[in-house]
Design a protein around this ligand. Sequence first.
Ligand SMILES: NC(=O)c1ccc[n+]([C@@H]2O[C@H](COP(=O)([O-])OP(=O)(O)OC[C@H]3O[C@@H](n4cnc5c(N)ncnc54)[C@H](O)[C@@H]3O)[C@@H](O)[C@H]2O)c1
Length: 332
Amino acid sequence: MTSKILTYKQLELANALERARDQRVFVVVDAKVKNMLPQWLQFAPDVFWLNQPEEQKNLDVYAEATSFFLKQGILRGHTILGIGGGATTDFAGFIAATLHRGVRWIAVPTTLMGMVDAAIGGKTALNTAAGKNLLGAFHEPEEVWLCSDFLKTLTSHDLQSGKGEILKYGLLNKDIFDTIMAPKFVMEDLILQCARYKLDVVSRDLKDNGERAYLNLGHTLGHAFEHVLRIPHGLAVTMGIKYLFKAFEQKMGLSAFDELFQKLDMDDEKTDIAHYKRLDRPAFWSALGHDKKRTTEGLNLVLLDKVGSPRLQSTPIPQIKSRLEALSDFKG
Ligand SMILES: NC(=O)c1ccc[n+]([C@@H]2O[C@H](COP(=O)([O-])OP(=O)(O)OC[C@H]3O[C@@H](n4cnc5c(N)ncnc54)[C@H](O)[C@@H]3O)[C@@H](O)[C@H]2O)c1
């Protein structure tokens, strides 16, 4: 199954939610978007609210939410709606994947990260004490409802994070690169183009055994930056791409990165190691060594010969380390 992507303005979204109510839906919502939802939903009994989605994306809250929905009478034929950023849709999707061995769900992403990435592609997850997203299931939402009006209240930090994933798509796909580099682009159109691109890749490789791996560009170093610096995912991915290209002397990749970075109006200093008082390097190397995608040979890095032509390169961790340490801004 491939998800259907629908785009809505705020009023149309309200109408779609109203129609969903008539068919009885069970909803998981990020409390931060409460005021942007129709009144009936704000007071509906079948809603499970998340106040701190990333902190609550765990087994304890999963147990709470599933008991709540079961008490409310959820059946296999019902639908779950997940309304929020990536943490909320990961959580709602995991509930949908597991309750009654799988019920339908609809993702309504409210962050830029969610719209272009997290809500697309059916990876659902919970965090555990041992690490992020270690429990999960592939369970695609039947529909993804994109409503860019949600972006109006997003912090610049979270906008920047979503732009990090958009920049990644610009490197992986020449059409997206051209859209961004055109004299003017419309954000809504760019979001839809990115979402469709990811959906297209996923439709050929849902279970991540082939070309979906390219979507991991920048994520290997990015996850280590995210873990050690405690910065938003997309910001860490941006850093991951930049330092990967520097370390592996990807000159064409670096110049495309710079062009996209400027055109997307991204924040220069927050993607530079020098901005952070101290990068705990031992913790960084340890996080890299614990990457969940490592193989006995090392890590599968995504490199780029030119825009739109990614390739995988299995690289031993000591080689990645020595290349990074050779950079003047990565010594330690
Ligand atoms: N499943 C996937 O394929 C996939 C891909 C990428 C990331 N992820 C997951 O997504 C999460 C990161 O996504 P995220 O950046 O959206 O995180 P998030 O869901 O934590 O949202 C970021 C912040 O924005 C707030 N927020 C949400 N919508 C808002 C709005 N419209 N206005 C103002 N504030 C709003 C949230 O409450 C939160 O504080 C991580 O848990 C990551 O593991 C999943």
